[in-house]
Design a protein around this ligand. Sequence first.
Ligand SMILES: Cc1cc2nc3c(=O)[nH]c(=O)nc-3n(C[C@H](O)[C@H](O)[C@H](O)COP(=O)(O)OP(=O)(O)OC[C@H]3O[C@@H](n4cnc5c(N)ncnc54)[C@H](O)[C@@H]3O)c2cc1C
Length: 386
Amino acid sequence: MEFGLGGGHDALVDDVRRFLGEHLTPELLARVRRGGTYHDWDFHRALVAKGWMAPGWPVELGGQGRPPLEVLAIAEELQRAGAPMLGLGTTMLVASVLRHLGTAAQKEAVVRPALAGEILIALGFSEPESGSDVAAAQTRAVRDGDEWVVNGQKMFTTNAHEADYAFLLARTDPTLPKHRGLTTFLVPLRQEGVEIRPITTLSGERTNITFYADARVPDALRIGEVNGGWEVMTVGLTYERTSAAGGDSIRLLEAMEDWAVGGTPHGRSADHDERVHEAFGRAATENEVSVLLSRRSAWLDSIGELPGVEGSMAKLFSSEAITRQSAQFIDLLGPEGIRTEEDRGAPARGEVEWAYRFAQGTTIYGGTSEIQRTIIAQRGLGLPRG
Ligand SMILES: Cc1cc2nc3c(=O)[nH]c(=O)nc-3n(C[C@H](O)[C@H](O)[C@H](O)COP(=O)(O)OP(=O)(O)OC[C@H]3O[C@@H](n4cnc5c(N)ncnc54)[C@H](O)[C@@H]3O)c2cc1C
């Protein structure tokens, strides 16, 4: 039984670290944190140039044909380093949907420039009254000749201000049962009928409310059948829940290790403090579990299985682990723990304070913890619907 990624991955990991050393500068990291947009065009294009936009895709489709465990090795390193990857993540989610369900014209007009690092695609699923119950979407799309006219609003359209399209879930037949009357579109965002308004989360991350007032989308940019949007969403949401996990809490623990080795601002020796050992031992164990859960998903992918429940487990565990750990580290540091990263001399470079705020959102986006637990109970254990 092999729990690591295997010795063959060492050279690849070294290559990613070299790449990060060159392109992920402290200035870039600080700029991303300050601005709250977890996408940077220069870094994104450097990833594209390296072939790491879609390393798992077949070479003939613009990828590198790497097996899932190599793809994960790259993703783990990028996540551990805190690389700004949200734009890449949502764009590749939609590109993967289009790879399976898109028309030849959509692949040429959207997937090709997306893989070339020329455009981004944001996700327009959630609305003010529908997040977990995403099929309750009320945003309407009405057919008008070769086009559709979209009216409504979407909450949390992350990176809409950088993106060219929103992968939009809209109601096309309100007379049909909730899941049956939905259709998905790629709505061009740079048009008059679309307004993008920023919202800032607790951690300073920028996301957006997007308003659609008679926005237009050609029928050629409809994905899947009319009223077949739920089938398209099922594919999309599966991709949303399979990615690297644990990188953020590994980085947090590393910052805390530096603090422990360097001593505390009050001169108290952290090395032999039992509470330090307890918190660090717990965090290291949880981080190992997070990594192994996401490796299991990648392994299932590599043998041709769809890791739905396993992806939910990795997402659930890693997001709750960083929430627990950051709270425990704040307790450990006492009042010093809420000094921010702008505050020179803050313990662990202010990473604990930031992680505590950042962690709260991780248990919400990509499906809340409650929803992940329900998926695991129903699909994994076969329990009936509550
Ligand atoms: C930082 C951030 C970025 C995001 N980016 C995007 C994006 O790019 N695109 C996008 O479309 N969305 C995005 N979202 C939205 C995210 O997917 C939703 O916030 C999430 O699905 C929860 O929906 P909601 O906020 O409407 O909460 P609700 O669905 O209203 O949930 C409220 C509470 O009730 C619980 N709950 C709801 N239903 C059930 C149930 N059946 N059983 C048990 N408990 C339940 C939830 O777990 C939660 O605790 C983002 C959210 C955040 C915070």
